[in-house]
Design a protein around this ligand. Structure first.
Ligand code: NAD
Length: 332
């Protein structure tokens, strides 16, 4: 199968490419290698894929309409895994235009490429952030998500709406995946696990927001990758003509949560890092940050029913694997 992976130098993109390599596909990965976080980590992920003869990389910006049109014209992808985006809730308060360029214009260019070149299935990243301050738990895809509390969340919800429109108008099968706090080796330096591990190993205090009164449905990278790979093979067909809900449609459109399904409190997460590093955290407790949410918890029943997806890695094991990778990668 000819596959496009956008955001291949990113945390999840790199892991998906690694997993799919060697399975008989012809994989093209793109990324603009922007400097939102350490570019050398993005480059190292690409270097890690350099031995995969079935994976090619091109530096392309999603927001470059002509370059994207040319890429789709030249390569004729059968399936697309669209993971490139400007992530991060907090940064969306600082630099909103980055989100419009990558997540709205970029997503549009991916949809257009798929529409004009007969792509058979587009799988794209949405986010648990769309649930905002939802107080019904666990979060289910038929919950109302019309009240985003960050621009990042608004762009991800917009991605789902845009995808639905293309599924309806052009019969483009699309599957959106709402990822829940992904963590693990090769992870993102702007996320809690990376920051906390670094601070603990350097003996610096860590900023703990909302005074530690938070919980997250932390999901290990290998479990996420397994879900993405399974979903890729389940091309949605129109479901139900009488009842149209958030996750069912008369169009070939699907939307799933992809999470572990069991929230962990922030303090327990920190204790897991303490255990894995063998060092004690110095916590600097702070108020809640604007745009942030107190808890996330994924209802993953629909994904399980469709794919048999069942996450298997506990936070304790996953954090230990991250710390092991971090120490080896940075030589500390
Ligand atoms: N990691 C998580 O916990 C999480 C949670 C929810 C949703 N997501 C979503 O999953 C996807 C992957 O996230 P990630 O954690 O791997 O993030 P990441 O930042 O590590 O990867 C995204 C990659 O996209 C690239 N990119 C950004 N803008 C681009 C552009 N305009 N053109 C080309 N490439 C561009 C970046 O350089 C980066 O390498 C994103 O869509 C993100 O919003 C991630």
């Amino acid at each position: 199968m000819k596959l496009l992976i956008t955001g291949m130098a990113g945390f999840i993109g790199h892991a998906v490419a690694r997993r799919l390599s060697g399975n008989g596909h012809d994989i093209v990965g793109i990324d603009n290698l922007n400097a939102y976080y350490d570019v050398s980590l993005k480059q190292a992920r690409l270097d890690d894929l350099s031995g995969c003869s079935d994976v090619r990389f091109e530096r392309v910006d999603l927001a470059d309409r002509d370059a994207m049109a040319l890429l789709f014209e030249k390569e004729r992808f059968e399936r697309v895994i669209h993971l490139a985006a400007q992530p991060g809730v907090r940064y969306s308060l600082e630099n909103p235009h980055a989100y419009v360029d990558a997540n709205l214009v970029g997503h549009m260019n991916v949809l257009e490429g798929c529409r004009h070149h007969g792509v058979k299935h587009l799988v794209y990243a949405s986010s648990s952030s769309v649930y905002g301050a939802n107080d019904k738990i666990p979060f289910a895809t038929d919950d109302n998500v019309d009240h985003p509390i960050s621009l990042y969340a608004a762009t991800k919800k917009a991605n789902e709406l845009m995808a639905h429109t293309y599924s309806h108008l052009y019969d483009l099968p699309t599957t959106g995946l709402r990822f829940f706090t992904v963590y693990g080796p090769w992870g993102r330096p702007d996320m809690a696990l990376f920051k906390f591990t670094r601070a603990i190993l350097e003996g610096r205090p860590l900023e703990v927001f909302n005074h530690g009164e938070m919980s997250r449905d932390f999901t290990y990278i290998d479990d996420i990758v397994e879900g993405v790979v399974r979903v890729l093979d389940i091309v949605p067909t129109p479901r139900g003509t009488s009842e149209v809900t958030t996750d069912t449609s008369t169009a070939p459109y699907a939307l799933y949560n992809i999470g572990h399904g069991s929230p962990v409190s922030l303090m327990d997460f920190i204790h897991a890092i303490e255990k894995a590093t063998g060092q004690q955290a110095i916590c600097d407790f702070k108020d809640m940050q604007p745009g942030d949410v107190p808890r996330t918890w994924a209802d993953t029943e629909a994904l399980f029913a469709a794919t048999g997806y069942c996450p298997s890695v506990s936070v304790e094991d996953g954090v230990a694997r991250f710390v092991e990778w971090y120490r080896a990668y940075y030589g500390v």
